[in-house]
Design a binder for this molecule. Structure first.
Ligand code: KG4
Ligand code: ZN
Length: 344
């Protein structure tokens, strides 16, 4: 069978990314222009600025990706683009570009749900082929979901956050500590020299029979703890202890729900951790420690945990293979752009 080349485009937030992926697993090239450093002192993304940067970067990133893979437009089989959710202005840059290329190059276009992209990231350059059924945690700045997956395009959403996403909790916590955006890597770095048992922070919903998440109470508890400690700039050890305790509480909740899901679905063969938060080393350690007899997979590289276009291309490939030309309603987790507008 001939290999299928998918051009993926991701522009849902502050990364402008284009990738070319063969058969959903082999990355021929993947380019990411990130504007995170621009927003690091602002404490978060400014939507209008992010959209402006997307306009600036999209064509240079596209050209660089085609050149690196030594691929001509005629060699591309399908174009896949993130259709949402995300920042509307940023998303429009990617979707308009994809629709234009699709019309110009006469290639079919697939609209991919951003979360489905993250779920597919486990397959990129995986050492061995991942297996279903899986329990998958998808945790990022915009969502925190737990899935029971039986195929790429078949799954059941077991639980979601009832308020903030876990990545957002990292971002807000970092800002409270005076650490730069994005908060996940900043907190993780500060936590390395801290003691995670210094402050006991709450694990939300641990008394409830649920696979949902909640982080807003933890954020408030953290804010109060910082206030009580009268954190000063010149006490890096206290800052590290706070960061470590906060990281431990976020990860603790994620691990607790994964463990419950594995108990409820003993037929699950593997646990997958995806999304920006899956880059967290402590989370990986805690999950592996809690489930010593389970195959726990994370994306092959940290680059594929956070937003990238290779995962969108991979997702487009799996959608094409399993559900050619049709929508993916079961992966809808929130209101987004109309899917039909982006499928031809
Ligand atoms: O998947 P992603 O790149 O974008 C969204 O879909 O939101 O995830 C970004 C989120 C941010 O909130 C960031 O703080 C978090 O992932 N993140 C981390 C780490 N690296 C990124 N959280 C914890 N530990 C990390 N090492
Ligand atoms: Zn993401």
């Amino acid at each position: 069978m001939l290999a299928m080349l998918i051009l993926g485009i991701e522009s849902s937030c502050d990364e402008t990314a284009v990738a070319i992926v063969e058969d959903g697993v082999t990355i021929l090239s993947s380019t990411i222009a990130s504007t995170k450093d621009i927003f690091s002192s602002a404490g978060g993304v400014v939507p209008e600025d992010a959209a402006r940067r997307q306009v600036e970067f999209i064509l240079p990133v596209l050209h660089a990706t085609l050149a690196e893979a030594k691929i001509l437009p005629k060699d591309i089989d399908v174009i896949a683009v993130t259709r949402g959710p995300g920042l509307l202005g940023s998303l429009l840059v990617g979707t308009v570009t994809a629709r234009t290329l699709s019309a110009l190059w006469k290639k079919p276009l697939i609209g991919v749900h951003h979360t489905f992209g993250h779920l597919s990231s486990i397959w990129l350059h995986a050492e061995s082929t991942p297996e279903f059924p899986s329990i998958t945690l998808s945790a990022s700045g915009g969502h925190t979901d737990l899935w029971y997956r039986t195929a790429h395009t078949n799954g059941k959403l077991l639980g979601s956050t009832r308020d903030d996403a876990s990545g957002e909790a990292f971002d807000k916590g970092a800002s409270m500590l005076g650490l730069p955006y994005p908060g996940g890597p900043s907190i993780a770095a500060s936590a390395e020299s801290g003691d995670e048992h210094t402050f006991a922070l709450p694990i939300a919903l641990s008394g409830e029979d649920t696979l949902d998440f909640s982080f807003s109470g933890l954020k408030t508890a953290f804010k109060n703890t910082i206030k009580d400690q009268k954190l000063k700039d010149n006490d890096p050890q206290l800052q590290s202890n706070l960061a470590a305790s906060y990281q431990f509480a976020i990860c603790g909740q994620l691990v607790d729900r994964i463990k419950r899901a594995c108990k409820q679905y003993p037929e699950a063969k593997e646990v997958h951790l995806v999304g920006g938060v899956s880059a967290n080393t402590r989370l990986r350690e805690l999950v592996r420690h809690a489930l010593p007899n389970t195959v726990v997979r994370t994306p092959e590289s940290i680059r594929y945990c956070t937003d990238n276009a290779a995962m969108i291309a991979a997702a487009g490939y799996f959608m094409h293979q399993e559900k050619e030309g049709s929508a993916l309603e079961e992966f809808e987790t929130s209101a987004t752009l109309p899917l039909d507008a982006f499928i031809s």
